[in-house]
Design a protein around this ligand. Structure first.
Ligand SMILES: Nc1ncnc2c1ncn2[C@@H]1O[C@H](COP(=O)(O)OP(=O)(O)O)[C@@H](O)[C@H]1O
Ligand SMILES: O=P(O)(O)OC[C@H]1O[C@](O)(COP(=O)(O)O)[C@@H](O)[C@@H]1O
Ligand SMILES: [Mg+2]
Length: 373
């Protein structure tokens, strides 16, 4: 419920946190223009909240005044004008003690003090599950906050989708389309590893759109023999090549996620390497030549698709409207055909995984795609 007793807003801040996603700049543009229309000032915080929590790193200032001129032409640009971080959760801020060990301290109070000092009346927090959990915590401590969902992984709950996902899937689809020709020419297996830490939406959608022969998801631990059988079956039909799409968080039935770096104070575990493992295992099982292509951070780059731009612009403007209407502790969400508001508490700490009984999975099966089970 909006709070009618709140003091009027004069100045708001916007921050972008977590991994960057195409569309972040469009959110910044729309929020800036919508704030200016209401006569509000808007400042951007650099690198999540680092601009306020690590001022020593910003001799030029940890914030940026946003004006209509400053956000001109921003909607089509990838990345984020403000910078981002996935290493500085203010509730679990990494600090190195004298012995050199990293530990986590709660610096949320310092952040709220900085907001007060800068006369910031409200915050638009743009980010994924981690950033929105932080935003929920700040709202609980009394800050007026509206969250904006971003993720290329599409793993946020309570919104039909987020911006970033469509651009990532379109790019992955284009790459896999291209790999068919070279795989067919050399009668090879090509394994394509895509991002998708705990949710396999990118692998599933791009794999289906680009007619992959097998798709391996974090949600469905795989049996490598089932994939090898699919490849052998294709071979028997005269199809001497196969394309396998693997989400970075996929794991064998009897194994575990492939870690590049374990989690430590201040940041989450880093995944990667499963594509190479799958390629090696399939080469051994089938006797065929296999190659692995890792799309990785390429999926985050580039200009946002028209869908992502529109979603991001709608989210940025809706976040400012929500603040103007007295809302706080909510996230803007896509509920076709509208943008609506959902409690941040319903989103915080939750992940939207691929539903194994959902129609997209069933469609993949009906198309004859092997899901590794
Ligand atoms: N605004 C921020 N400032 C500092 N650190 C942040 C911020 N937002 C997120 N983080 C850190 O990054 C992690 C990942 O954030 P998240 O928003 O889930 O992005 P992603 O899903 O792209 O990794 C969080 O768990 C948190 O530790
Ligand atoms: O930039 P980093 O730290 O390597 O992050 C990589 C991670 O980002 C992700 O793409 C998540 O990003 P999103 O929050 O935008 O979905 C994961 O799939 C991947 O593990
Ligand atoms: Mg996340």
């Amino acid at each position: 419920m909006p709070d009618a007793t709140l003091s009027p807003i004069r100045r708001i801040a916007i921050s972008t946190g977590g991994g960057d996603a195409p569309g972040l700049n469009a959110v910044i543009r729309a929020a800036t223009l919508a704030a200016h229309r209401r006569g509000w000032e808007i400042i951007g915080i650099r690198d999540g909240y680092d601009g306020l929590l690590r001022p020593e790193n910003y001799p030029q200032g940890g914030t940026l005044t946003l004006t209509p001129e400053r956000v001109e032409g921003l909607a089509s640009m990838g990345g984020t004008l403000l910078g981002s971080t996935n290493k500085g959760n203010p509730f679990r801020f990494p600090v190195r003690d004298v012995g050199g060990t990293l530990r986590e301290v709660d610096r949320s109070k310092q952040l709220l003090d900085a907001f007060k000092r800068m006369r910031i009346d409200a915050l638009v927090a743009v980010g994924g599950d981690g950033s929105l959990t932080i935003a929920d915590g700040l709202a609980e401590q009394g800050l007026r906050v509206v969250g904006v969902p971003k993720t290329i992984d599409n793993d946020l709950d309570r919104t039909f989708t987020t911006f970033g996902f469509d651009t990532a899937v379109s790019f992955a689809t284009d790459c896999i389309d291209r790999l068919h020709a070279t795989a067919a020419s050399h009668h090879r297996i090509i394994v394509v590893e895509v991002m998708g830490r705990y949710a396999g939406w990118i692998a599933l959608h791009a794999g289906m759109a680009a007619s992959a022969h097998a798709i391996l998801l974090p949600e469905l631990p795989f049996d490598i023999d089932a994939v090898a059988e699919t490849i052998a079956g294709r071979e028997a039909m005269g199809e001497a090549y196969s394309i396998v799409v693997v989400a970075e968080g996929a794991m064998p039935r009897d194994g575990h996620r492939s870690l590049r770096a374990a989690a430590e104070a201040g940041h989450a575990e880093r995944l990667g390497g499963i594509g190479e493992q799958v390629a090696n295992a399939l080469a051994a099982a089938t006797g065929k030549d296999a190659r692995c292509v890792v799309l990785g951070h390429l999926l985050r780059g580039g200009s946002p698709s028209a869908f992502d731009r529109t979603a991001a612009l709608r989210f940025g403007a809706a976040a400012v409207r929500a603040l103007a209407d007295g809302h706080s502790g909510v996230m803007v969400a896509l509920a076709f055909p509208d943008v609506n508001l959902v409690p941040l508490a319903d989103v915080a700490g939750r992940i939207k995984c691929v539903r194994l009984d959902g129609d997209t999975i069933q469609t993949a099966r009906d198309l004859g795609i092997c899901l590794g089970d």
